[in-house]
Design a protein around this ligand. Structure first.
Ligand code: ZN
Length: 243
């Protein structure tokens, strides 16, 4: 029996063997994580600088206290749970149809839902490394630090999150590129593809089906085989995922 809410997308999924999912902030909004880039004025009232400034490497170096205050209040979301989109993608991987999730999110929700091959382009709040002795700490260490999180060795613990002005992990980028270039179907969801390197990565796709699930218009709408504007949890959650 096939679910017919999104018959075109369902057909593509049924026929695909090497799906890659590329996602952004919109995938996590249904889990209650707001996109800090969507300017609602909230940050401007509470902070002296715009989020893009605070989350830059130079600001991190020069205003470390304020960086961590913002980071803890806005980038760490204790208690969040994966939504239907995360679980559907984990299920697609489990039955062998999905080869990789590439995400711009740093929340770790794909892994929490059960996905294994996840390329986190912008890092993760769940990995935090001492800059000196390289010991790795969980997110709680950063969250519960009074101000700047410090390692027992006395040095700073830095979240493995890619800040503005910092370069991406080349190994992650290379694996993501490779996954996209060998995919038969690429599903892009919850991203307007405006954040580097999203748009350039998409160019490596040579497969036959490009599906786009995003609330707003994107610059690949025209080349997509299918464009869906509904919430991504609703869309992926309604798919009938069988072997
Ligand atoms: Zn240390």
């Amino acid at each position: 029996m096939t679910n017919n809410v999104y018959p075109h997308l369902q057909k593509i999924i049924d026929e695909s063997q090497r799906i890659v999912f590329f996602g952004g902030a919109g995938v996590s909004t249904e889990s209650g994580i707001p996109d800090f880039r969507s300017q609602d004025g909230l940050y401007h009232k509470k902070y002296t600088y715009p989020p893009e400034t605070i989350l830059s490497h130079s600001f991190y170096v020069s205003h470390m206290d304020e960086f961590f205050r913002f980071y803890k209040e806005n980038l760490i979301h204790p208690g969040v749970k994966p939504n239907s989109a995360h679980y559907a993608l984990a299920r697609l991987e489990a039955i062998g149809k999905l080869k990789a999730v590439i995400t711009q999110n740093i929340d770790g929700l794909h892994q929490m839902a059960g996905s294994h091959t996840v390329y986190e382009l912008h890092g993760s709040v769940h990995r935090n490394t001492c800059l000196s002795c390289k010991q790795v700490f969980p997110v709680e260490t950063v969250l519960h630090a009074k101000e700047i999180p410090l390692c027992p060795c006395g040095n700073i613990i830095k979240p493995d999150v890619v800040l503005y002005e910092e370069s991406l992990n080349q190994e992650v980028l290379s694996m993501a590129t490779s996954a996209i270039s060998t995919a038969d179907t690429l599903i892009i969801g919850g991203t307007s593809l405006n954040v580097y390197p999203a748009a350039s990565l998409i160019r490596y796709f040579k497969g036959s089906h490009l599906a786009l699930i995003n609330r707003d218009q994107t610059n690949v709408d025209e080349i997509a085989n299918i464009v869906i504007r509904d919430p991504i949890g609703q869309v992926l959650g309604s798919l009938y995922i069988k072997k």
